[in-house]
Design a protein around this ligand. Structure first.
Ligand SMILES: C=CC1=C(C)c2cc3[nH]c(cc4nc(cc5[nH]c(cc1n2)c(C)c5CCC(=O)O)C(CCC(=O)O)=C4C)c(C)c3C=C
Ligand SMILES: [Fe+2]
Ligand SMILES: [Fe+2]
Length: 366
């Protein structure tokens, strides 16, 4: 059979709305074979690495996948937890909390699943689960606030690739970005303010975003502009003047030029300019992961202190914090307009209560 059907469908089944939240993905374990598998899938994506395919195949297979998996596995080991990779368990927590927040309004008419662009659970698994539970309308929300072809664009490709194999396609909405969405800006600003209430204000706030090759900007990718807009809006919310914050780009990969200023070079230079007390926040990462915990929390701290810096703190990502979940729930509600399902209101209210009670119970089970 060429196209996957929906054998479990019955006319008694209620139509529902599926919300798929996604993130980048992470290896299954912090060991060399798992990293080789993960990096092969990730770095073979033409949306991520825009280099002629044959040349890239040679570099990837003869150099990168020989050297990098072992090195990256060692880095992942330092952040791995009992619940596995931080990116994975934070995304799980976000899924659960978002499901609960939306159940307050929609009962079980709206289902939330999560998936990873690379590795597990895959986009295909996430979609399959939603469709099996009766989702006939689908909203995909990649948890990348700033759009880049390398991230949100690639996620769209994976959804589209799955659709090419399906017989029954859903109504479909894709949230390409939310870099200037007021509830998101407010959630980031609040988390910074809360941090300052306990730890005081720094000389400078560094807003560090994952980088991309500079050529993507020149070829029209809006990512760089969206990062700067997010920073400006957060700074406005916090009442910071231009000299009190700086936007930088981290996690450079390979030899070509990436977006500047680089986070590491900036942190090495700041103490020499008399800035000895800084806080770093990463508004582009909706969940803490290797790139924030290890790269910003550890590696870059050392650069700053070695260069003569005195106080350095990393303000954690929004993860499953209530303000974040409320911002995401609001984003989903805003984008559900026109998609209300037509059920009897009182029955819906009763279902909403039942779902709330069940979720509370499952939460107290651990
Ligand atoms: C080849 C280049 C890469 C591009 C372009 C890129 C863009 C990009 N990535 C994120 C978010 C994350 N990246 C993460 C890890 C990671 N990124 C790259 C390379 C590119 N990223 C690599 C090789 C890795 C793996 C780690 C390593 O080997 O160093 C992560 C963390 C994943 C985790 O498991 O914790 C995130 C998140 C964005 C937002 C982005 C472009 C906008
Ligand atoms: Fe990355
Ligand atoms: Fe990194």
């Amino acid at each position: 059979m060429k196209f996957t059907g929906s054998p479990k469908f019955s006319h008694q089944q209620r139509d529902r709305i599926g919300v798929l939240i996604t993130n980048l993905g992470t290896p299954d374990a912090p060991d060399t074979p798992s990293l080789r598998r993960y990096l092969r899938q990730f770095l073979s994506d033409p949306r991520v690495v825009e280099v002629p395919r044959l040349l890239w195949w040679l570099i990837l297979n003869l150099v990168i996948l020989v050297i990098r998996p072992k090195r990256s596995a060692a880095a992942y080991k330092t952040v791995w937890t009992e619940r596995g990779s931080p990116l994975l368990f934070h995304t799980q927590d976000q899924q659960r909390a978002l499901q609960q927040a939306l159940a307050r309004d929609y009962g079980d008419d709206v289902l939330v699943e999560f998936a990873m662009r690379y590795g597990n659970p895959s986009i295909q698994q996430g979609l399959q689960s939603l469709f099996e539970q009766g989702a006939r309308k689908l909203m995909v929300l990649p948890l990348y606030p700033q759009y880049s072809a390398a991230t949100s664009g690639s996620t769209f490709d994976a959804i589209a690739a799955d659709f090419t194999q399906r017989r029954w396609l859903p109504d479909f909405r894709f949230i390409a970005h939310y870099h200037d969405y007021a509830p998101y800006i407010k959630a980031v600003a609040q988390s910074i303010e809360r941090y300052w209430q306990h730890h005081g204000k720094p000389d400078k706030l560094v807003l560090s975003y994952h980088g991309v090759p500079l050529k993507y900007l020149h070829q029209g990718d809006p990512y760089h502009c969206e990062c700067h807009k997010t920073s400006r809006l957060i700074a406005e919310q916090l009442g910071l003047s231009k000299d009190q914050y700086v936007t930088t780009f981290q996690s450079r990969f390979g030899r070509e030029e990436w977006l500047q200023p680089y986070t590491d070079a900036t942190l090495k230079a700041l103490p020499g300019q008399g800035v000895k007390n800084i806080h770093v926040v990463c508004p582009g990462f909706s969940a803490d992961c290797l790139e924030t915990i290890e790269e910003i929390g550890e590696e870059n701290r050392e650069y700053f202190i070695e260069a003569g810096g005195e106080n350095y703190a990393y303000i954690p990502a929004l993860n499953a914090e209530p303000e974040h979940i409320e911002a995401l729930a609001q984003l989903v509600r805003d984008n559900l307009v026109g998609w209300q399902l037509h059920h009897d209101e009182s029955a819906r209210a009763a279902r909403a209560e039942a779902v709330q009670a069940a979720l509370k119970e499952s939460k107290s089970d651990g």
